[in-house]
Design a protein around this ligand. Structure first.
Ligand code: NAD
Ligand code: TYD
Length: 332
């Protein structure tokens, strides 16, 4: 296939591009704005199989340039993705996650792209105390991030119903693995543990997340790309649920640190207590998670240990300023 992967220089998009090139022999075009979270280095090993177009999904001229003579499908990962940043500055979230999705959908429709895959999140369903969300659960987002993702999803559904564009939506649970920007829980805690910095845990640390190794999410997306029914939503959830404090304790144990590094800090406003995603529908397409949490976490910690050249420029650049402003203390 010739695939347009929007946001393919970020965490999940670059892992997906790697899978498509290495496991499927695809040619990929990546359209990416290269925000603080997007880095061309994430695609360096793909050589000529991946072409990077630097531009925003909300810019129709750049989208047309990326589609070029045509693509078999568009897979849209491009987004502002961090809940904490959406609380301090929601504008960019609406611009990219809502308006950007609209521009992409319109380009897919007018240029006759056969398939459009929107990458979304379990966070659009809000928080669930017991049981798991299904694709029929109501959309009740809590944060500006999840609200903007829900807005993008609703536009996708409207393009299926109104124009019969062949759309599918893939809602993933919390991903972790190589190349994740260290603002998110797992890479933040891993790098702080490796540096002997404090590990900032929000509230009581008992919020629950449903962890999914990034390669498993990529395989789920490929199943939906190949076999998903037009107009449908597919949840792709991880094999296990953990409280944040359990994750932090496991990282401390695997990095040889003691629990004195744990620092309970003021809770995130509107913090969703628990996410849990039922994945029966994507399982019926033949997908199954292959990587258990303990194994995936070990692979992730090993990757960060072995790839200081990847995270050193991040920890000494924009992220350092963000961290100091958000957490009120400097990185060690
Ligand atoms: P990320 O922040 O690592 O990467 C986002 C990428 O999008 C970056 O390369 C960035 O430069 C690019 N981008 C941002 N705004 C853009 C714009 N206007 N135009 C073009 N490119 C732009 O995010 P991620 O964790 O890889 O998430 C990818 C997608 O998966 C997002 O849509 C997110 O909502 C979804 N998702 C993430 C998770 C998770 O746990 N990380 C879970 C489920 C779903
Ligand atoms: P995060 O990685 O931001 O993902 P999301 O909020 O999209 O699920 O956070 C995962 C969980 O970890 C969430 O419950 C918030 C918590 N958390 C902390 O306790 N401390 C932190 O510094 C961060 C970034 C997150």
């Amino acid at each position: 296939m010739r695939l347009l992967i929007c946001g393919g220089a970020g965490f999940i998009g670059s892992n997906f591009a790697r899978q498509r090139v290495n496991d499927h022999g695809d040619e990929v075009v990546v359209l990416d704005k290269l925000t603080y979270a997007g880095r061309p280095e994430n695609l360096a090993d793909l050589g000529a199989a991946a072409t990077l177009v630097h531009g925003a999904i909300e810019d129709p001229a750049k989208v047309a340039e990326a589609i070029g003579e045509g693509v078999d499908a568009i897979v849209n990962f491009a987004a502002e993705t961090h809940v904490d940043r959406s609380i301090s500055g929601p504008d960019a979230f609406v611009e990219t996650n809502v308006r950007g999705s609209l521009v992409l959908l319109e380009a897919a429709r007018t240029s006759g792209v056969a398939r459009y895959v929107q990458i979304s999140t379990d966070e659009v369903y809000g928080s669930i105390a017991e049981g798991s969300f299904t694709e029929e659960s109501p959309i009740v987002p809590s944060s500006p991030y999840s609200a903007s993702k829900a807005g993008g999803d609703l536009l996708v559904q409207s393009y299926f119903h109104t124009y019969r564009l062949e759309t599918v939506i893939c809602r993933g649970s919390n991903n972790y693995g190589p190349y994740q920007y260290p603002e998110k829980l797992i890479p933040l805690m891993v790098l702080n543990a490796l540096h002997g910095d404090k590990l900032p845990v929000y509230g009581d640390g008992l919020n629950v997340r449903n962890w999914l190794f990034v390669e498993d999410f990529g395989r789920g997306i490929s199943h939906v790309l190949a076999h998903g029914a037009p107009g449908e939503v597919y949840n792709v959830g991880g094999p296990s649920e953990s409280t944040n404090i359990e994750v932090v304790r496991e990282i401390l144990a695997q990095t040889g640190n003691g629990e004195s590094l744990i620092d309970y800090i003021t809770d995130r406003p509107g913090h969703d207590r628990r996410y849990s995603l039922g994945s029966e529908k994507v399982r019926a397409l033949g997908w199954e998670a292959q990587v258990g949490f303990e194994d995936g976490l070990k692979r992730t910690i090993d990757w960060y240990r072995d790839n200081a050249a990847w995270w050193e420029p991040i920890r000494s650049g924009e992220f350092r300023e963000y961290y100091e402003k958000h957490y009120g203390r400097a990185l060690g």
